[in-house]
Design a protein around this ligand. Structure first.
Ligand code: ADP
Ligand code: ZN
Ligand code: ZN
Length: 731
């Protein structure tokens, strides 16, 4: 018997299957991890198939050394998924397998699966009394252990391994091996009470299973009770003996969902996301693999949960950009999910209050089953959105961050003891130029997207075709020379607020102020507990949290998202405004939203302020059709990066010329094909070049095939290459 093995090595150039002999008596299956001789060393690998014969002469084959685990890591469905992802996303075997198996499994760390647990030795009070008072760390550790033991790894991180060992050596504490599953966020299970589904919810669940379509798009306004629909559908799936995956954009930011699921499904739920500790991650993965858990809930990587017979996958907030992995390995969660459920005859549910244009178009075309829930459970309407024209503020002599309307409303809310959220847009890293007088923004003549200002060259650049324009100093529309770039920071907003409202407590939440999920939850917790009146933050505060006392939401710089150099900027801004508005007036108090803009008549704001998604969709979809952007085309981007610039250029050039020759024979398939420096020209000492093309939907697979062939031919050592379909964020 021959084992076909993928060797798990870092070298990006090796993506081959190697054959090994399966020694007599070794019980080896496809999907098992193995140890095999490779070059001079033994290396870990994955057996992806067992076959009867090999192309290689038997005399040259070496035997598999060991089967590493007593169980199969990668089930047959996942092996099929690996093949799909290789083709679809141009990934290497090893890249896919790394997504499927938690990091702790690799590198021979499996022996540590039993973890060392540290606790106090009973009756060691005398020895504790002997600890000198200057040994602060040791005393702190003792105090901690008196409240209960913990894992060595946790304690060592907190107190230092030397401190732990000192207590063990003194006979005060003892280390024992424990193989227990720890439950992430164990505190989150109480609360959530069962509700009786409404007719809308029942109808939605029926529709998911009654349709002959694999994918359902659940278009339900904020507060329409989508979570209950997901849970009912999952319950039904489990009742049929199948399993389910529930995906949310950022699990650590939505503890509410987890709480609901724990309350309803208890131990059957496993949680998978990258914020967990390595040990926790392994435990949850293992519970899913062994069938102990049959629901996996998590952020995008949970789509690779090692479940068999997946009958249902849910993507909540399906429009969220985080479902597309933009760094290696790159993949699109929705496509992976659809492939998985198609294999098993299951269902995929995409849920959103503001579906992506692509998904809604797919529903209009009839590729997806459309389910609409347009009533809120509470029976209330959405809070009114008032548009504030910031150029009028300028004319009136107010060049501040805050409009007079906003200041007035803030004063009112604060004096009534209510809370205020102020929202700053942060998307991407590039800035655009804008006339502060009339709101004019320079756009690319070829692509109709806002140009990005590159400060180094002092030029305006289009990220889709590479066209360069001179920076404008005078507005071509109104003649004003009040052209501005750049963004306002949360810090500045806070300090200005503090000046205006000296006695008011203000909290700030952005990527810089919160590096850990705990810090994030702490700040939100403090705000919810009314320890502050104002919360200033970036889109991080837009996610689904309930703050019953927030009655005013201010969007300070809505335009920043609107003119981000991205054809999806209108869509993203619409989504954001709707989501942020959902934070105002959640409970029994009336809420209000003030949206500050220099382009008050822009269609995005017109539709968003009326919560008119269908109207927005019709307009935006038509624009895409006319300009030939997705869903009416596919954007393909091939990114080359290398520490040696010449290498990156040479490789880009060869592939570009090959593609040009191909395009000459398939003229009708291509709208655009360009090679250029990547928007971010250098990251971590790597020079970056890209080929960007826009092709017809029908030709997508053929073009991708051609790219793969060219890459196989021209890819050189020292250059890493990624090919992406419809990149979310071109940097
Ligand atoms: P969405 O995700 O669509 O914005 P949620 O799922 O968060 O909405 O539901 C909004 C609120 O309505 C939640 O507080 C939820 O507990 C409540 N809810 C949902 N379904 C019901 C129901 N059938 N009966 C009573 N309350 C419900
Ligand atoms: Zn102007
Ligand atoms: Zn352009």
């Amino acid at each position: 018997m021959i084992a076909r093995v993928i060797v798990d090595i870092r070298n990006g150039d090796v993506d081959k299957i190697f054959d090994y002999i399966v020694p007599d008596g070794m019980d080896l299956h496809a999907g098992d991890r193995v140890l095999v001789p490779f070059g001079k060393r033994d290396t870990e690998g994955y057996c992806i198939a067992i076959s009867d014969d090999s192309q290689v002469a038997a005399s040259r084959l070496k035997p598999v050394k060991t089967r590493l685990d007593p169980f199969t890591c990668v089930n047959p469905d996942m092996l099929a998924l690996m093949d799909f992802m290789r083709r679809k996303f141009y990934l290497r075997y090893a890249d896919c397998l790394r997504l499927f198996v938690p990091p702790q499994m690799r590198g021979g760390k499996v022996g540590e699966l039993k973890r060392l647990y540290v606790e106090l030795v009973p009756g060691s009070d005398e020895k504790i009394a002997d600890i000198p008072t200057r040994a602060k760390r040791r005393l702190e550790l003792v105090a901690r252990l008196k409240r209960g033991g913990d894992y060595l790894s946790v304690l060592a991180e907190e107190f230092g391994a030397a401190t732990v060992n000192a207590l063990v050596d003194a006979g005060i504490a003892v280390k024992t091996e424990r193989a227990v599953y720890r439950k992430p966020y164990a505190e989150m299970q109480e609360g959530a009470k069962r509700v009786t589904p409404t007719d809308d919810q029942k109808r939605a669940v029926e529709s998911i299973f009654a349709t002959d379509k694999t994918v359902s798009l659940l278009f339900g306004v904020t507060g329409s009770g989508k979570t209950e629909v997901y849970m009912e559908a999952i319950e039904r799936t489990l009742a049929e003996g199948k399993k389910a995956i529930m995906l949310v954009p950022e699990i650590s930011l939505t503890p509410q969902t987890l709480r609901n699921f724990r309350a309803r499904f208890g131990e059957k739920v496993a949680l998978m996301h990258s914020g967990l500790g390595v040990g926790e991650r392994y435990d949850e993965w293992k519970r899913a693999l062994t069938g102990e858990a049959d629901i996996v809930i998590g952020a995008r990587s949970a789509v690779f949960a090692p479940l068999d017979n997946v009958g249902l996958i849910v993507l909540d907030e399906e429009h969220d950009g985080s479902y597309v992995s933009e760094s290696n390995p790159r993949y699109d969660t929705a496509e992976v999910a659809e492939f998985r459920v198609r294999q098993t005859g299951g269902k995929l549910v995409l849920g959103s209050a503001t579906p992506s244009i692509d998904s809604f178009e797919a529903a209009q075309e009839g590729r997806y089953n459309l389910i609409v829930m347009d009533r809120r459970i509470s029976g209330r309407g959405m809070p009114p959105i008032e548009i504030v024209d910031m150029s009028k503020e300028l004319l009136a002599g107010n060049a501040d961050i805050f409009s007079r309307r906003l200041m007035q409303e803030m004063d009112g809310a604060l004096s009534r003891g209510e809370q205020v959220m102020l929202f700053l847009n942060r998307r991407g890293h590039s800035s655009f130029a804008m006339c502060r007088n009339c709101g004019y923004v320079p756009k690319c003549e070829n692509c109709d997207v806002a140009l990005s200002y590159h400060s180094v060259e002092k030029a305006l650049v289009c990220h889709y075709c590479g066209a360069r324009y001179k920076m404008i100093t005078r507005c071509p529309k109104c003649g004003s020379d009040n052209i501005k770039m750049g963004k306002i920071g949360t810090q500045r907003v806070v300090s200005e607020l503090q000046k205006m409202h000296p006695g008011t407590k203000i909290l700030r939440l952005d990527a810089e102020s919160t590096t850990t999920k705990d810090a994030y939850l702490d700040i939100l917790g403090a705000f919810k507990a009314r320890e502050a009146q104002i919360l200033v933050g970036t889109q991080m505060i837009a996610k689904g949290h309930d703050f019953p006392d927030v009655t005013l939401v201010g969007i300070l710089d809505a335009d920043l998202g609107l003119y981000h150099s991205d054809f999806r900027s209108a869509e993203r801004t619409f989504q954001l405004v709707t989501q942020v508005a959902g934070r105002a007036g959640r409970a029994d108090k009336e809420g209000k939203v003030l949206l500050q803009t220099f382009s008050p008549s822009h269609y995005v704001y017109r539709f968003a302020s009326h919560y008119d998604y269908p109207g927005f969709f019709a307009k935006e979809n038509n624009t895409r059709k006319v300009t030939g952007f997705p869903p009416y085309s596919t954007i393909v981007r091939v990114l080359f990066s290398s520490e040696i610039e010449e290498k990156a250029i040479a490789c880009t050039k060869s592939v570009y010329l090959g593609l040009k020759a191909y395009a000459a024979e398939h003229r009708d398939d291509f709208f655009v094909l360009r090679a250029m420096v990547a928007p971010v020209a250098k990251i971590e000492r790597h020079y970056r070049y890209q080929i960007v093309m826009r092709v017809t939907k029908q030709s997508e697979d053929a073009v991708f095939g051609c790219i793969h062939k060219l890459l196989d031919e021209y890819r050189t050592r020292g250059v890493s290459v990624f090919a992406q379909l419809d990149p979310q964020n071109m940097m």
